[in-house]
Design a protein around this ligand. Structure first.
Ligand SMILES: [Fe+2]
Length: 240
């Protein structure tokens, strides 16, 4: 008997651990944003104390981090961006970092299920001041089933091949600081509130958009040539 299990193509997301130069750059960017105080709260559904817009000066983060994530997504996603094929008809399409922002979430605050605009989005956990293991012990959740305890969790939500709603939780711990998730902008996700901790949870997010390549754009990729996953680097001559 020949027997095998077939797993159809499906999408996913990219998880990475940023290195010190990346984290240093992001903290510097946050410090500059705190002085400018460009509020981002009107763009969010999150019930959060503060959110500021960030500027990727010199396209440094796009060049050194985001382009590699696009490459990794393409390599792992059968050479396809997370979008419908008919959007490939237009020539001279590129990908660029649109908005990037930093969120300050304090205890009891939350970011309900939502998705983002654009093609790709990302989140970077800069400061996680609590432990989900400890959050499971607080008085509020005593008596609950373990699988129902959500305090402090970041969670994706999607439908599986049977159309059933599925969840993929990240149980937040300080060890996850510096972790980045790079995912299709349409993938729903949320952040549950945490408790009994006075420090803020600090995260950075951003959206990458499809757009017409301006004549001298530095950040471009040719989405028509999806067989070449290193094309972004080739075009930009990026150091990887
Ligand atoms: Fe989000």
């Amino acid at each position: 008997m020949s027997i095998r299990f077939l797993r159809p193509p499906t999408s996913g997301w990219v998880e990475s651990q940023l290195e010190k130069p990346h984290i240093d750059f992001l903290w510097e960017t946050i410090e500059k944003a705190k002085k400018k105080k460009l509020c981002h709260k009107d763009q969010l559904v999150g019930h959060l104390s503060n959110s500021f817009e960030l500027k990727d000066e010199g396209d440094w983060f796009m060049r050194n981090v985001l382009c590699r994530n696009i490459d990794m997504f393409l390599e792992s996603n059968y050479g396809k961006h997370p979008m419908r094929p008919y959007t490939l008809d237009t020539e001279n399409i590129g990908i660029s970092l649109g908005r990037m922002w930093v969120n300050y979430q304090y205890q009891t605050e939350f970011n309900p299920y939502h998705n983002h605009g654009g093609l790709y989005s990302f989140v970077i956990w800069m400061k996680i001041p609590y432990s989900c293991k400890e959050q499971r012990k607080i008085k509020l959740v005593q008596g609950m089933k373990e699988q129902d305890k959500k305090a402090g969790i970041f969670e994706f939500e999607y439908t599986d091949m049977l159309g059933q709603i599925s969840n993929f939780p990240y149980h937040m711990e300080p060890e996850l600081e510096g972790t980045m998730l790079f995912f299709p902008a349409g993938l729903k996700h949320c952040v549950y509130p945490f408790y009994e901790c006075d420090e803020p949870r600090i995260s950075i997010s951003g959206n990458l958009y499809l757009g017409v390549i301006p004549p001298q754009s530095k950040i471009i990729t040719d989405i028509h040539n999806q067989n070449n996953s290193n094309l972004i680097g080739d075009i930009l001559n990026l150091k990887k």
